[in-house]
Write a protein that binds this ligand. Structure first.
Ligand code: ADP
Ligand code: MG
Length: 275
């Protein structure tokens, strides 16, 4: 498998070398009692203000990679640098608070109001009640939830899409430069998901965040990514722009991954020319 060559031939590499938000150097994870790596040694950089999408099927190591980045997991070998400092040198609690994390399962606190959920980290950081309220108001408005209507509700009084917006607002309210988003829109219907994808792109423009976004959905990856990292069975097959992945696939797996959707689009285009 041509993973190393693929990785280093990425044209994105020189761009990310200028201002890396995050650098992985031969990072691997072998879980105790397991006989194969959940993540084989992996190296790449993520530039400031970049959206990197981790694309792979279930069990490919996407969540493991995110958890290594915010130190929910410790690598078996290798080193991760956040803003040029090894993450092992950060206080783990401070590190978790300086990296926003959005889960698929949302993970809102059911007994806290929407506003309290959004301002969880600012509250832990010692902000007073008034400051927390104004932070919650600001970020609820940013994710298109009217604070007057939603701030005092409990999570169960919201739709799935609205809850996911609260999850995004909570991650933004950490005011972290780096957001990790683990299949955040996976459980939503496709119309709501399209809306949230567009909103995320516009938030990225407004706020200048660096985002690592996990998905198993090729079209979601193509919509959101500056660059896409294709993971399969714990190996990084290729990291590059969508043009590179489609036109210069580094492995058979990457080529086959894009072949079917491209073929479907080509078929639709051919059909419409007859209609
Ligand atoms: P993905 O998020 O791409 O679906 P994961 O990163 O969750 O994949 O899992 C990658 C592999 O690591 C899987 O084979 C999974 O079973 C294994 N794995 C994940 N977490 C643990 C754990 N805590 N202990 C043992 N194996 C794990
Ligand atoms: Mg996962």
């Amino acid at each position: 498998m041509n993973t190393g060559a693929a990785l280093h031939s990425s044209t994105g590499q020189s761009r990310t070398d200028r201002m890396p938000m995050l650098q992985l150097r031969d990072v691997s994870k072998l879980f105790a009692g397991s006989n194969d790596y959940a993540l084989h040694p992996t190296s790449f950089n993520i530039a400031t203000n970049e959206v990197l999408v981790l694309l792979g099927s279930s069990g490919s190591g996407k969540s493991t990679l995110l958890k290594l980045i915010n130190r929910l997991l410790i690598p078996t070998a290798g080193e991760i640098f956040f803003k040029r400092q090894p993450i092992s040198s950060y206080d783990p609690v401070l590190l978790k608070r300086s990296i926003g994390y959005v889960f698929q399962s949302i993970g809102l606190f059911p007994h806290l109001t929407v506003a309290e959920n959004v301002s969880t980290v600012p509250h832990l950081q010692g902000k007073n009640k008034q400051q927390c309220q104004s932070i919650a108001t600001k970020y609820l408005a940013l994710v298109n939830l009217d604070p007057k209507i939603y701030a005092q509700r409990l999570p169960h009084e919201l739709s799935g899409g609205q809850q996911q917006r609260v999850g995004v607002a909570r991650a933004l309210a950490t005011e972290a430069d780096l957001l990790l988003m683990d299949e955040p829109f996976g459980a939503l219907d496709s119309i709501t998901r399209d809306q949230l994808q567009q909103e995320l792109l516009s938030l990225k423009q407004q706020l200048g965040k660096t985002i690592i976004f996990v998905t198993h959905d090729i079209f979601e990856a193509l919509t959101l990514a500056d660059r896409i990292a294709v993971l399969h069975q714990g190996r990084l097959h290729q990291l590059g722009t969508k043009y590179e992945l489609v036109n210069q696939p580094a492995t058979d797996f990457v080529r086959d991954l894009f072949k079917k959707p491209l073929q479907q689009l080509a078929n639709i285009a051919a059909d419409s020319s007859h209609g």
